[in-house]
Design a protein around this ligand. Sequence first.
Ligand code: TMP
Ligand code: ZN
Length: 418
Amino acid sequence: MWIELNDNDVSGEPTACRVCGGPVRRCLDLGRQPVSNAFLLPEQIADEAFFRLEVGICTRCTLVQQLDVVAHERMFRPDYPYRSSTSARLRRHFADVARTLHTTELTGPDDLVVEVGSNDGIMLRTLSDAGVRHLGVDPCVGAGDTAAQGGVRIRIDYFNERSAAEIRRTDGPAKVIFSANTISHIADLGSVFGGVDALLTADGVFVFEDRYLADIIAHTTFDQIYDEHVYLLAVRSVSEVAAVFGFELIDAQRLGVHGGSMRYTVARAGARPRTARVDQLIGEERALGLGDPATFAGFGARLDVIGKDLVALLTELRSAGMRVAGYGATSKSATVTNYCGIGTDLVPVIYDTTPEKQGRLTPGAHIPVESAARFTDPYPDYALLFAWNHAEEIIEREREFRDRGGRWILYVPDVHLL
Ligand code: TMP
Ligand code: ZN
C-alpha cells in the first residue's frame, strides 16, 4: 500500500524558484520515493509515506531544487539514524576542519562557533576539547545525545531566525557559523540566512560544506538526489542565493568527501574581500553548462543506463545462483533501490554498521538491514556497495571478502565489478 504525503507534508510544486522567484524548469523525475532515512519495522509498512522526487532548475539564479519537499518533521525525527562518525575518513576530515577554523577564525579567547546540524559532534568534539566556546544545533535527539556524551554543548532545535536570536541573547554573537551537509536539506533558505544574520558578528563567516553539483553530474551519482537534498548546490547558485539575503560568497574550496563536495565561505556583503577562486569556479561551471537545463537531459539518459545495467547484472547473478548482498544502508540507496525496482529478490540483505538501522527494513524496498559483523557469516559471492563514498575504507576493512574470491559491485560512475 502507498500513502501520498498529504498537503501538509509537501510544500507543493513551485512555479517559481524558492529563493529568487525566477522560473523553474523541471528537468529530472526519479519517481515515487520514500523518506530516505525512515528505516521501518515490519508493522510500519502499512503507514509508509511516499513522495514524487522531481528536480528542477531556476533559469534565473541556476539553483537546482526539488519540486516537492518533504516536511522536516518527517525526515529529521528524534530517531533519525544517520551518524557521521561511523566513517574514519569523515572523523579525520572534520578534525581537520575544526583545527583550521581554530587557527584561522576562532583566534580570540571568547570567540563562539555555532554548528548547524552538528549530528553526533564529529566536528565540534575537537573544538570542545580545545576549550573553544561552541554550540551545536540539531533537531535529532539521538545524535545530539551522542554529541553531548562526547562533551559537546548541544541545543536540540532547528536553526532559524528564532533559535538564532535566542542563542545570540544567551551566548552573544558567533564568529563562525559552520555546517556540513545540512544547508541543502533546508528548503527555507531565508530562515537559514535570517538566522545567520541574527547571530553572526559583523566580520564573522558562515562556512558550509555540501555535495557539489559538478561532481554529481560528472560521475552521474544520481543517488545523491533524495528527499533530504532539497538543493544541489554549486558556486554560482550559492553566490546568487547569498546575494539575495544580503551576504556574499567570498571563497569556495573543493573537497574530496562524499564523492566530491564544496566548502563555501560566506560573509556579510562587503565585509570581507572575495577571493579570485569564486569567479574562476563560476567560469568553470558556465563552461560545464551547470546552469543549463539541457545538461540534465544527458544526466537523465546516463542514469537510465546505470539503472538498467545494474538490474541486468543482479538478475543475471540471481539466475546463476549467486549470493548477493548489499553493503551500506545509505540514504542514497533509497533512490537506487526504489528507482530501479531492486527488492529482496535481487538484494536479500544489506549490511551496515549503524545499530539504529539494524533489524529494520530499508525504506520503500523493504530490504532487511543486518549488522556489518554478519557480512562474514558466510560471505556472499557478490556485494553491492551502496556506501561507495566510503569505498576505500570499507574495501580495506573487508579485504578478506575479496581474498576469498568475493567481488564488489559498484555503480559509480558506471556498473562494474572490483
Ligand atoms: P553515508 O553514505 O550517507 O555517509 O552513509 C554511509 C552508511 O554506510 C551508513 O549507514 C554507515 C554505513 N557504513 C558501514 O556500514 N561501514 C563503514 O565502514 C562505513 C564507513 C559506513
Ligand atoms: Zn532562482
